[in-house]
Design a protein around this ligand. Structure first.
Ligand code: PLP
Length: 422
């Protein structure tokens, strides 16, 4: 059967961006039976024993409690499971000196859905036919933003400034405030902090500047905090989460070891939260409650925050240090390679300036030596302008073992030497 698709159906079915790469990776792994690959493409977090134990313990407690049937045998409120909402309100009020009530919180089935609601509730065409933009202020950013809008022309990303440390082969993206346009035609602003794919953490000043600019026009700013403190706390540099006004602090429990349970959390002003909640009611009524019930226990007891800072963060911080040290040791000093400053998240981002081939070709060459990474060009959703830099980067997942990361970076250095030497 081959049913005709609507324009939207066609848009949503398109094998674009990272989905095309993932298909290629799955096919490579299948076809290469017998060949071993070091697969550094994944965004899936490593299953850490302490983290798994936490979720097992919370599940055991839930199963033994009288709450169980209430959790899985009943529908609930769209906004989320009340004990989880209460745990978040209490934890954030105490931790950050806020004055949140439960009307400031929305629980969604994963945070990806949260961006989908926001992109379409605030971005796209207004009733009078004006196009409201979804602004990504610093490109590259999370590839998933590329698929969240039902109005693709609404998505617009801005090219960053590059702060380059030639001597040490490091660089950092900075928002270009001379270019960035946030005005009455902006529907909402979204960025990840720490950033997937680059590991960048926008400074507190940069965040304040963006939020203040947007506040002038009553524009919501969704700060994607999938890697931020307090959980999973995958920041390796100090950062202060920002709350209140037009800012929506958006969290995910995926990188805190619960990607399968799909838990996203939005914290923002009740008017914004209410709009997002209405979207959710229409789409799926509410998030599944089993994951919410175990998350409530992990947050309320303080165990999730503790494991995040004492286990999850050091694990990945050690991994980025291995990547940095191995590249520093193996990459030829004369080549124009630059590693993005590893300030957080679970990825390293490598820029190969003046690369004689494309990122896709480099990815293919790496596969030949048994290493899989993700070509960087998939991480510039909304950035339509030609920019060679888009074809010069690679995302390296920090989910490998120490030895895998070291071996993979050594092989990458050899491939780079060959490619530039041609
Ligand atoms: C920056 C960022 N935002 C959002 C998501 C989606 O996460 P979730 O599992 O909560 O839908 C991811 C997943 O990798 C991510 O890296």
């Amino acid at each position: 059967m081959n049913p005709a698709l609507s324009q939207l159906g066609t848009d949503m079915s398109r094998l674009s961006g990272v989905r095309a790469i993932m298909k290629d990776i799955i096919e490579t792994l299948r076809a290469g039976a017998g060949q071993t690959f070091i697969n550094l493409s994944a965004g899936n977090p490593v299953i850490l024993p302490e983290v798994e134990q936490l979720w097992r313990d919370c599940t055991t407690e839930l199963l033994a409690s009288s709450e169980y049937s209430e959790v899985v045998c009943r529908y609930g409120a769209s906004q989320g499971y009340q004990p989880l909402i209460d745990a978040i309100v209490q934890d954030f009020n105490q931790r950050y000196g806020l004055n949140l009530s439960d009307r400031h919180i929305l629980i969604t089935p994963g945070s990806q859905s949260l961006y989908f609601y926001a992109a379409n509730a605030f971005g796209g065409y207004t009733a009078s036919g004006e196009l409201r933009k979804i602004v990504l202020p610093l490109s590259p950013d999370y590839t998933g933003y590329g698929g969240v809008t039902l109005t693709p022309e609404a998505l617009i990303a801005y090219r960053p400034e590059l702060e380059i440390d030639q001597e040490n082969h490091r660089f950092k993206y900075r928002p270009n405030f001379n270019q960035l346009q946030i005005d009455e035609q902006t529907g909402c602003v979204i960025f990840s902090r720490p950033c997937n794919p680059t590991g960048n953490v926008l400074s507190d000043d940069e965040v304040n500047k963006i939020a203040t600019l947007a506040a002038t026009y009553d524009v919501p700013v969704l700060i994607d905090s999938a890697y931020a403190p307090p959980y999973p706390a995958l920041n390796f540099t100090d950062m202060t989460p920002r709350f209140g006004g037009n800012v929506v602090h958006c969290m995910s429990l995926s990188k805190a070891g619960l990607p399968g349970e799909r838990i996203g959390i939005a914290i923002g002003e009740p008017e914004i939260i209410h709009t997002l909640e209405c979207f959710q009611t229409n789409l799926c009524i509410h998030s599944p409650r089993y994951g919410q019930a175990i998350a409530a226990r992990a947050i309320q007891s303080g165990r999730l925050a503790e494991i995040s800072t004492n286990v999850i963060r050091p694990f990945y911080q050690h991994k980025i240090e291995i990547v940095e040290a191995t590249l520093d040791r193996s990459m030829p000093r004369t080549l124009p390679w630059y590693l993005h400053r590893g300030e957080g998240a679970i990825f390293a981002w490598l820029w190969l300036d003046e690369l004689p081939i494309t990122d896709w070709e480099f990815y293919q060459a790496l596969k030949q030596v048994g290493v899989i990474v993700v070509p960087g060009s998939t991480f510039f959703p909304g950035l339509r302008e030609d920019w060679q830099h888009k074809q010069q980067c690679l995302r390296i997942s920090l989910t490998g073992t120490d030895l895998e990361l070291q071996t993979a970076m050594e092989r990458l250095a050899q491939v780079a030497e060959q490619v530039y030497g041609r």
